[in-house]
Design a protein around this ligand. Structure first.
Ligand SMILES: [Zn+2]
Length: 407
């Protein structure tokens, strides 16, 4: 009997032990489960907090932008009030009436003042914007193009806004302007002197090149009227800055150092560059090359002084220039302490032919006065061969009733 009791007790003990460990395991496992749940909830909470932080940042940002917009709206309201009585528009119309043609920029200005004076439904404002869009050239007048497009869209007209004109939200204005100018520079339509992008095709992207009636260069021949203009170059020493812009070799001139006086009005020398052969012809014949000295007045008027180059002796100024040609297209080279004097290439006799023309490269903008010297300077055969462009001259253009004058 004692023996059975012991077995029973032992079985009981085993059962008890098994039960206790099961309980203990169950207990432990439950806790582990709970901990995992807690960790998940906590992670979710952290995430929510992050999202909240981000939302707060976005809200702050939006608030700042709203304040900026509010400030602009207030400024706009002040400008609108100032124009409301119509005096500015009257004055502007009176001034512009005296001018036969208005530039794209002026037409945009006129359209804007009309809108500010008479409201957004003013049809003459829309007309002014449309006209400015027609005459503005892409690239060089990007700002006028963009303003006209935006204004026409805001007046409910169907006009495509070019990508270059779109302001990216959230960026500072200065950055935008910088980006835009970089973009527009990059998107300027490529052109060449031969082939599919050659002079016959320039007009496809630069309308003035095809439609202009006062284009350059010209064949200088026939009867000439007497020129009354006087020119006086006061060129001095200036630090050398030279660039291969892909179309020519150009020397950029330090502002304020060199001046051409035309009829007592000063024109600052901005740059000079070379064409091969010379663009202007004399009785149908082109000189070996030409130097174009490009000048600008304070009012923005352009004057080009053309100096033909013919094969002869070595030219000292060109020797210096060619020795400092930039290795790569597009890079300006400004060798330290290298000084040049543009006056050194000019002949003693400055008698000239003169006519009203245009830039000889796209966008072929008109309103450029040309003075082409009758006397050429020398360039050696070796120097001619070293010029990196075999052909970079626009063909001669129609005279279209213009008079070439000579002194
Ligand atoms: Zn030129």
């Amino acid at each position: 009997m004692k023996k059975y009791l012991r077995i029973v007790l032992e079985v009981l003990l085993v059962l008890l032990l098994a039960g206790a460990s099961t309980l203990a395991y169950m207990n432990f496992s439950g806790k582990k489960h709970l901990t995992t749940d807690m960790e998940e909830v906590s992670a979710e909470l952290d995430e929510t907090k992050d999202t909240l932080d981000k939302t707060k940042e976005q809200l702050d940002d939006a608030q700042t932008r709203l304040e900026e917009t509010e400030a602009s709206a207030k400024q706009f309201e002040i400008v609108k009030q100032a124009f409301a009585n119509g005096v500015v528009l009257q004055d502007m119309e009176a001034v512009y009436k005296a001018q036969k043609t208005l530039s794209a920029e002026r037409l945009v200005g006129l359209g804007t003042v009309r809108q500010l004076t008479k409201g957004f439904e003013d049809s003459s404002a829309v007309e002014a914007f449309q006209k400015s869009l027609e005459i503005a050239e892409l690239g060089a007048r990007m700002q006028a193009v963009c303003s006209a497009q935006s204004a026409l869209i805001s007046a409910g007209k169907k006009v495509t806004l070019m990508a270059e004109c779109m302001v990216k939200p959230g960026e500072k204005k200065a950055q935008d302007d910088d980006e835009k100018s970089k973009e527009s520079a990059a998107k300027k339509v490529h052109w060449t002197y031969e082939g599919e992008e050659g002079p016959e095709h320039w007009g496809e992207n630069y309308p003035t090149c095809a439609n202009g009636k006062k284009q350059s260069p010209l064949n200088i021949k026939g009867d000439m009227g007497k020129a009354r203009d006087t020119i006086s170059p006061e060129y001095k020493e200036t630090p050398l800055k030279i660039i291969n812009n892909g179309h020519t070799i150009q020397v950029n001139v330090e502002p304020g150092t060199n001046v051409l006086t035309v009829n007592k009005e000063p024109y600052e020398l901005v740059q000079f560059h070379f064409h091969r052969p010379g663009e202007e012809q004399f009785n149908g014949k082109s000189p070996a090359m030409v130097v174009h000295f490009v000048h600008k007045s304070k009012a923005g008027k352009l004057v080009v002084l053309g100096l033909p180059l013919n094969e002869g002796k070595e030219n000292p100024l060109i020797k210096t220039l060619w020795a400092n040609l930039p290795a790569k297209e597009g890079e300006e080279s400004a060798p330290e302490k290298m000084i040049i004097n543009p006056a050194s290439i000019l002949p003693a006799d400055l008698s000239f032919y003169t006519y009203e023309g245009s830039l000889t490269t796209p966008p072929c903008t008109e309103g450029v006065n040309f003075f082409i010297l009758k006397t050429s300077s020398d360039i050696s055969k070796g120097q001619l061969n070293k010029f990196p462009f075999k052909l970079n001259a626009r063909p001669v253009q129609e005279l279209n009733g213009r008079k070439i004058l000579a002194n």
